[in-house]
Design a protein around this ligand. Structure first.
Ligand code: G3H
Ligand code: ZN
Length: 284
């Protein structure tokens, strides 16, 4: 069923597991992620960046594609369609009007006052429609589509408290050293801050840049209240690796299904692995 992220995150935080947000890039990603979720009996969050939505045609195309597949595949597990790193109130409204069940407003580059004000406006628009809202503080490093950062900036716990208390958001993404895309060396996550931020409220925390974080850090993050972990790059790496293999092995291939089917299978296997690692399997 198509739902917001709210209930699944509350249950995850209470029972000590995290739900994966897996980003959509095209039809095959959507198929792979939905089939992994159904096979694992896991709740799932389909992350859609503004760039990816643009690539696929637009927010409405994404919603219809997801609904179509959920119908044809007889998906029964909880599924949220979530705008990833929404850049403005307007974009969040557009996604909600198109049928997204969840949005992230990423005003993390703005001063705290402004971040709070914009986030509040998004919550006011989203909540009456049963749409959940994620907000961010600090700076996730690396690059994902339009979200580009030089270096990282750790979220300030005092600012997190303000953002949570003043906006009524459903989950908080405090940037604490994670990056989009591959890590250069071991990630250095701010667990001290994570614990402090988590202790300030009941709100589930979100970990961006899930690709390349060691399992022990994933487990520690979950034990400190992280109930949502975002993964995109890992699926891209594993999927593209397969495409390369198929094309390199046979220069006569021209039917896209011949290389996109193995890509889709690799993505599905990767998502299944993440669901087991995050503990969300059999929790639908
Ligand atoms: O918002 C999406 C994620 O934070 C994805 O991060 O591409 O490093 O896995 P990743
Ligand atoms: Zn992110």
């Amino acid at each position: 069923a198509l739902v917001s992220m709210k209930e699944m995150m509350i249950k995850g935080k209470r029972e000590g597991y995290a739900i994966g947000q897996f980003n959509l890039n095209n039809l095959e990603y959507t198929q792979a992620i939905l089939q992994a979720a159904q096979a694992e009996q896991s709740p799932v969050i389909l992350g859609v960046s503004e760039g990816a939505a643009r690539y696929m045609g637009g927010f409405t195309t994404v919603v219809h594609m997801v609904k179509g597949l959920m119908h044809d595949y007889k998906i029964t597990v909880p599924v949220a369609i979530h705008l990833d790193h929404g850049s403005s109130l307007e974009k969040c409204k557009e996604a909600i009007d198109a049928g997204f069940t969840s949005v992230m407003i990423d005003a993390s580059a703005k001063p705290i006052e402004e971040n709070i004000a914009i986030t509040k406006q998004v919550v006011d628009y989203a909540h009456p429609k049963n749409v959940s809202v994620e907000a961010e503080l600090g700076l996730v490093g690396g690059q994902e589509d339009d979200t580009i950062a030089e270096g990282v900036m750790y979220a300030d716990p005092a600012e997190c408290k303000r953002l949570v208390d003043e906006t009524n958001i459903d989950c908080l993404a405090p940037a604490l050293g994670s990056v989009h895309g591959p890590y250069k060396g071991e990630p250095n996550l701010g667990f001290k801050e994570m614990e402090e931020i988590s202790n300030q409220s009941d709100l589930p925390l979100v970990l961006h840049g899930g690709t390349g974080i060691p399992t022990k850090d994933i487990q520690r993050s979950i034990s400190l209240g992280t109930a949502k972990i975002n993964v995109n790059t890992e699926n891209q790496i594993q999927g593209t690796k397969k495409v390369r293999e198929v094309l390199a092995a046979d220069s006569e291939v021209y039917d896209p299904r011949k290389f996109l089917t193995p890509m889709r299978e690799a993505i599905q296997a990767t998502v299944v692995g993440k669901m087991r690692e995050f503990g969300s399997s059999q929790k639908a």
